[in-house]
Design a protein around this ligand. Sequence first.
Ligand code: DX5
Ligand code: ZN
Length: 238
Amino acid sequence: MRLCPSILSADFARLGEEIAVVQRAGADFLHVDVMDAQFVPNLTFGSIIVDACRKLTSLPLDVHLMVVEPMRFLEGFARSGADHLTVHLEAVGGADGARAAARAIRDRGLRAGIAIKPGTPIERILPVIPEIDIALVMTVEPGAGGQAFLPESPERIARVRAAIDEGEHDCLLEVDGGIGPATIARAASAGADTFVAGNSVFRSSEPGGAAAALKALREALKPVKAPGGAGGTQARRA
Ligand code: DX5
Ligand code: ZN
């Protein structure tokens, strides 16, 4: 089970400290949300923030590209030190585009992810699973932090889990949006193994701040069996 704080909810005036706290608290990856005001309504930042994060942490940088024409930006993000690059299925025109994007990302030595929005039929991501390293099931409409986990998400996660296990694929199943102590177990029970969390980590009201928030997420995961079960993909990878 991997926890992946999203810096979208961090205090950018104290980005170094914020990242140091989650790294010390055992975060597995650091999630970086790139938005272009076209694929989603909001605008965030480009590769200079990935550059900055690279200098601030040794955590793998999990870069989520919510942009149209993501192929144009792969090289720049790879050079900036991204470890994972995830593009949207909807931004590359479906399965063939997703395969091409995944190849281009892997050719640069990075893990390749494909994300799917809540409104896109989940079947559309299934054919590309054998060729990707991360399947990112959005559990909110992409574009902003602090939204509520969509109730239809567990069923969608379970479909992706079944496809990964059936083909014994070495593919992470990441979820993003509305993940907090009250929802993480639902996503994990459905089969997610990698959890992005923005508001619940960086804007936590826990007295111990982001570190305590990460601990609370781990606690909430404890009763949940690792996806794949004994002999499943997770067990083999371990
Ligand atoms: C939303 C982004 C998320 C965002 C999640 O479009 O992709 O990564 O940071 O924020 P929370 O965890 O607050 O829903
Ligand atoms: Zn994201």
